[in-house]
Design a protein around this ligand. Structure first.
Ligand SMILES: [Zn+2]
Ligand SMILES: [Zn+2]
Length: 390
């Protein structure tokens, strides 16, 4: 039966590459995936799934019904959006849209999920649960996953487990990489404006200097991770931008800093958000200034369920062999699949898609990004096995 599944996926390999290339030519940005959604919906309908379009604007959901469902449905997710990047490729299937590119591999994610839908539809009698195929819009900073959840993709179907894959060009093709627990970081940004009182550089006593407040605040922020966070927990506070003033002899009225916070644990995340603000408020007050603080919360951390990870490892070893199932280090990049994992147990795995010998080494979001398409059948087979539980 296992070999039968592998054969079914192998038969589909050419089709997977064609789908991926067709999608690669027509990249659309977050919540603008109209052509993409139509492409996906048409193919899901062709394999007789129940299909709903316009979910959270441009999302598509297909449901494959099990003949005799014995447990709650499983959700498999692909993201659909491309990036505002001008592609540098010279490939026959290069982007036809000016300044847009599938530079994160989401074209491949859609192809793999369509492939899994085809394969599973052909073995429907073996399914003991319904499968929800979730094609979500806007992963690249738009929080499309959260929008799909709000639109009811989990609650409507009573989803019991959630799984997602990401092709990864920095991992070699032929590997599947997955870790238990925190796998990708939560990412929040803040803007802190020290508001003082402008004045002459030679008469500081008549002014309230926001430059001093910002400088002391920046140094004081270094104590947040050192003194407020459990030393066994990773956390980052970085200020990447600090602007104030226009001349040597003028005290400005404001100083502005932009920073980023990274964490892997929700409690650590809350502590970072709270302490950064408190420390800056304190230094502002000490300098006679006032703080205007804005937090821009990003995606939460991707936290994989330990049992789900064990199951994925077992399935993955049937796909690529146990030696090629790898436990990677946590990644400081963020992924909105995190929202699904906050709602239901499941896991997010990386499918190696790089190939040094073939020169496929560019990182994600680079204008020369590419994947080794032999990764596509690997992801397809893994998704099918996850759904089947075999
Ligand atoms: Zn990306
Ligand atoms: Zn991505």
């Amino acid at each position: 039966m296992a070999d039968d599944l592998k054969r079914r996926v192998e038969d589909l390999a050419g089709q997977l590459a064609t789908w991926r290339r067709d999608l690669h030519k027509r990249p659309e940005l977050g919540f603008e995936e109209h052509e993409t959604a139509a492409f996906v919906a048409e193919r899901l309908r062709a394999i007789a799934l129940d299909v709903k379009t316009g979910v959270a604007r441009t999302g598509v959901v297909g449901v494959l019904r099990a003949a005799k469902p014995a447990r709650p449905p499983v959700l498999l997710r692909a993201d659909m959006d491309a990036l505002p990047i001008a592609e540098v490729s010279g490939r026959s299937y290069g982007s036809e849209m000016d300044g847009r590119m599938h530079a994160c591999g989401h074209d491949g994610h859609m192809a793999m999920l369509l492939g899994a839908a085809s394969v599973l539809a052909s073995v429907r009698e073996r399914l003991d649960r319904d499968v929800v195929f979730c094609f979500q819009p806007g992963e690249e900073g738009f929080g499309g996953a959260e929008a799909m959840i709000r639109a009811g993709v989990l609650s409507e179907h009573g989803v019991g487990e959630v799984y997602g894959l990401h092709l990864w060009s920095l991992f070699p093709v032929g590997t599947v990489q997955i870790r238990s627990g925190p796998a990708m970081a939560a990412q929040d940004e803040f803007v802190a404006v020290m508001v003082g009182k402008a004045g002459h550089g030679a008469m500081p006593h008549e002014a309230r200097d926001p430059v001093i407040a910002a400088a002391q605040g920046l140094v004081a922020l270094q104590s947040v991770v050192a003194r407020s966070i459990d030393p066994m927990q990773p956390a980052v506070v970085s200020v990447g931008s600090l602007h104030a003033g226009t001349a040597a002899n003028v005290i400005p009225d404001v100083a502005t800093m932009h920073g980023t916070l990274r964490s892997f644990d929700e409690r650590v995340r809350e502590t970072l958000q709270r302490r950064v603000r408190e420390v800056l408020e304190g230094t502002a007050a000490a300098a006679g200034c006032r703080l205007e603080f804005t937090l821009h919360p990003g995606y939460p951390a991707v936290v994989n369920d330990a049992e789900a990870v064990e199951r994925v490892r077992r399935h993955a070893s049937l796909v690529v062999g146990a030696a090629n199932v790898v436990d990677p280090a946590p990644m400081a990049a963020a992924e909105d699949f995190a929202y699904f994992l906050q709602q239901a147990p499941g896991a997010f795995a990386f499918i190696g898609a790089g190939n040094v010998a073939r020169g496929i080494t560019a990182p994600h979001h680079a204008p020369s990004f590419d994947i080794d398409e032999s990764a596509l059948p690997i992801g397809t087979e893994l998704l099918a096995r996850i759904a089947l539980g075999t």
